[in-house]
Write a protein that binds this ligand. Structure first.
Ligand code: NAX
Length: 331
């Protein structure tokens, strides 16, 4: 039998945490033969709720779940973890300035970076979900210099999956036949969902999405805004933000990173920019990536038209501003 993998979920008593921990403990993230030990971190006000989640995990009698650490102590939470999924953060409340939210989260991610750096297992893979996800990930990377930059990522897979879903609905095909959309840039409404390289598997082989949609206008307008605004639409409908789809996307992100992407398929991940596609190095920017042997690499050589270039630059600009704001908060 395999040794258990230690998976940290921060903010585990929250909405996404509640949807995510059972997915991990049932093998949806790391595979049906991979035992796990769950580390769950939350803060003092949520300690009872956290304990409730632990009780429910025990009550689920899960064969793959070999242990549970539920704590408010960052050091205990980070000890020996192989995978860290950072969902905990300070939410934007009514009347709060962007700067205030940024400031709170920058200091949380600075502190948790140090704990991970000192106590996580070697080669720990980190996924930041909490918003502002790209910039929180960047702060984490900066304040955990001994964690390789390749190991710090943020979640844009939800946006990616939303884009696949919208195309499948529009074309009346199953979502599993749609692939290779791209989310460029920031996980915010300034992201750029790009379909120029996306394809659909049909009985006649793989066809570009652009060839199958007579309505090109939809692809350059409503499709983009629907994906960008989907989070807000869910809040409006549910009176709560996306949780099950976010948890599902976090599972997909780690699953593909660790176990690999299928041949000919890429996914979107927020990763440390190396300057590919002219994007400023040193930002956590969402790119198309393939994964093999536990490592991602940015898909190279895609043709970028002027429309795309402009949108990729706009989301880059927002990330540069967020980075400056976060740094000014930490001074
Ligand atoms: P909740 O408010 O339900 O849960 C957040 C949890 O984090 C709470 O239990 C809170 O006590 C805990 N927490 C706060 N500070 C903490 C700290 N310093 N250490 C550990 N835990 C801490 O929010 P939820 O709906 O679960 O969303 C979590 C985060 O995901 C938010 O920042 C949200 O904006 C972000 N999202 C990111 C998405 C993405 O695609 N990247 C999509 C979904 C979601 O909006």
């Amino acid at each position: 039998a395999k040794d258990p993998v230690r998976v940290l979920v921060t903010g585990a008593a929250g909405q996404i945490g509640y949807a995510l921990v059972p997915m991990i403990a049932r093998g949806l993230m790391l595979g049906p033969d991979q035992p796990v030990i769950l580390h769950m971190l939350d803060i003092e006000p949520a300690v009872e709720a956290l304990n409730g989640v632990k009780m429910e995990l025990i009550d689920s009698a899960l064969p793959l779940l070999k242990g549970i650490v539920a704590t408010t102590d960052v050091v205990e939470a980070c000890k020996g973890v192989n995978i860290a999924i950072m969902v905990g953060g300070f939410p934007r409340k009514e009347g709060m300035e962007r700067k205030d939210v940024m400031s709170k989260n920058a200091s949380i991610y600075k502190e948790q970076a140090s704990a991970l750096e000192q106590h996580a297992a070697e080669n720990c893979k980190v996924l930041v979900v909490a918003n502002p996800a790209n910039t929180n990930a960047l702060i984490l990377k900066e304040f955990a210099p001994s964690i390789p930059e390749k190991n710090v990522t943020c979640l844009t897979r939800l946006d990616h999956n939303r884009a696949l879903g919208q195309i499948a609905e529009r074309l009346g095909v199953h979502v599993s036949n749609v692939k290779n959309v791209i989310i460029w840039g920031n996980h915010s409404s300034a992201q750029y969902p790009d379909v120029n390289h996306a394809t659909v598997t049909t009985s006649a082989g793989e066809k570009p999405v652009r060839e199958l949609t007579a309505d090109d206008n939809w692809l350059s307008t409503e499709f983009i805004t629907t994906v960008q605004q989907r989070g807000a639409a869910i809040i409006k409908a549910r009176k709560l933000s996306s949780a099950l789809s976010a948890a599902s996307a976090a599972c997909d992100h780690i699953h593909d990173w660790v176990l690999g992407t299928p041949k000919g398929t890429w996914v979107s991940m927020g990763v440390y920019s190396d300057g590919s596609y002219g994007i400023q190095p040193g930002l956590i920017y969402s790119f198309p990536v393939t994964c093999q042997n536990g490592e991602w690499s940015i898909v190279q050589g895609l043709k970028i038209d002027d429309f795309s270039r402009e949108k990729m630059k706009a989301t880059e600009k927002e990330l540069i501003e967020e980075k400056e704001l976060a740094y000014s908060c930490l001074k």
